[in-house]
Design a protein around this ligand. Structure first.
Ligand SMILES: NC(=O)c1ccc[n+]([C@@H]2O[C@H](COP(=O)([O-])OP(=O)(O)OC[C@H]3O[C@@H](n4cnc5c(N)ncnc54)[C@H](O)[C@@H]3O)[C@@H](O)[C@H]2O)c1
Length: 311
């Protein structure tokens, strides 16, 4: 699309897991991309601002004149870390969002897309989570994301910025080597001939969305000028046991399971309704098995990756 080829897009957190994939997609569209991140991004062909966005001069440098879109991914992303450091989490997840929104206002940036989470709604039991659920976050991570959504809402209403808060479910896909979530743990276990620990009986329900589907959702929110919260998930509820079975099928490894007591506060179910995103044209391209098959080659020993991957 012409507008996208001309567009200048700032991706905060662009050196991270989702950010790297988004930046690659934006470059493919022909957009001009700036990445602002604490880490040096590895992609060629971008403008890069390396620094901590809590420093206002780093944020000001990131939002250069002529920026059309900000996709704000940089955050404290770990629930555990947020519990250990609520103040630092507030500074990164709320203060930085406020600074960037103010820069968006003063620089005339038209679109602001915030990475959010279904953790903003808290524990809803077995209920299906929609955008209409009240926000009752249970952790500093969820609370600071909800606060970011509120700031975005008022900047959107008061200053005409097209602001969307995209609530991703559990994102997985290529580029997870540095992560410690369940999918990379399964992949490492398959590669190293180990097992995995499962909390409780493994019947907890989750929604695992592929990173490329999340990237497609971000681009869709931009193209449609969507305003407000929007859930981006797979729309496929799977149990932890289902994820293990799919990982065994994809890797061909036995991945034995060690059952350990459930952690306090672990959600029994995260079931999301993606019909609002679907109404905009969002359609996840990956199911769990095809998605896991895109992750395994980065972990697999070379022979296993070339040969029989999926059965
Ligand atoms: N991965 C998921 O399953 C998931 C689910 C829901 C929401 N999200 C949200 O999506 C966004 C991206 O997630 P991700 O998985 O790619 O995370 P990630 O940790 O891989 O990437 C985050 C990036 O932000 C950068 N960053 C963090 N604090 C910074 C600061 N103060 N200044 C500059 N850079 C900073 C980090 O260096 C990192 O490169 C986050 O906002 C996260 O909360 C992710």
């Amino acid at each position: 699309m012409g507008a996208e080829q001309q567009a200048r897009v700032l991706v905060t957190g662009g050196a991270g897991f989702i950010g790297r994939r988004l930046v690659a997609a934006l470059l493919k569209l022909g957009a001009g991309v700036t990445v602002a991140d604490k880490q040096q991004p590895s992609q060629p062909g971008i403008r890069s601002v390396v620094g901590d966005l809590r420093d206002p001069s780093v944020a000001a440098q990131a939002v250069s004149p002529g920026t059309d879109v900000i996709v704000h991914l940089a955050a404290v992303t770990s629930v555990l870390r947020s519990l250990e450091d609520p103040v630092g989490t507030y500074q990164t997840n709320v203060d930085v969002t406020a600074t960037l929104l103010e820069l968006a206002r003063t620089q005339g940036v038209g679109t602001f897309i915030l990475a959010s989470t279904n953790a903003v709604v808290g524990d809803v039991g077995q209920a299906v989570i929609t955008e209409q659920h009240p926000t009752r976050p249970l952790t500093p991570y969820g609370g600071t994301k909800a606060a970011g959504e509120m700031l975005l809402s008022c900047y959107s209403a008061a200053y005409g910025i097209a602001g969307s808060a995209l609530r991703f479910s559990n994102v997985y896909g290529p580029g997870m080597e540095a992560k410690d979530s369940f999918v990379p743990r399964l992949m490492r276990a398959a590669r190293d001939g180990h097992g995995v620990q499962v909390y409780g009986d493994g019947t907890q329900i989750r929604d695992l969305v592929h990173v490329d589907d999340v990237v497609a959702g971000i681009l869709l929110a931009w193209r449609t000028g969507y305003r407000g919260p929007l859930i981006l998930g797979a729309g496929e509820s799977v149990t932890v046991n289902d994820i293990i079975l799919a990982a065994r099928a994809v890797t061909g490894a036995p991945i034995p399971v060690e059952t350990v007591p459930a952690k306090p506060g672990e959600m029994p179910a995260v079931i999301v309704d993606i019909s609002a995103a679907r109404a905009l044209g969002y359609e996840p391209a990956h199911d769990l098995k095809s998605g896991l098959a895109t992750v395994w080659p980065e972990f697999a020993p070379p022979a296993a990756a070339d040969g029989k991957a999926a059965q």
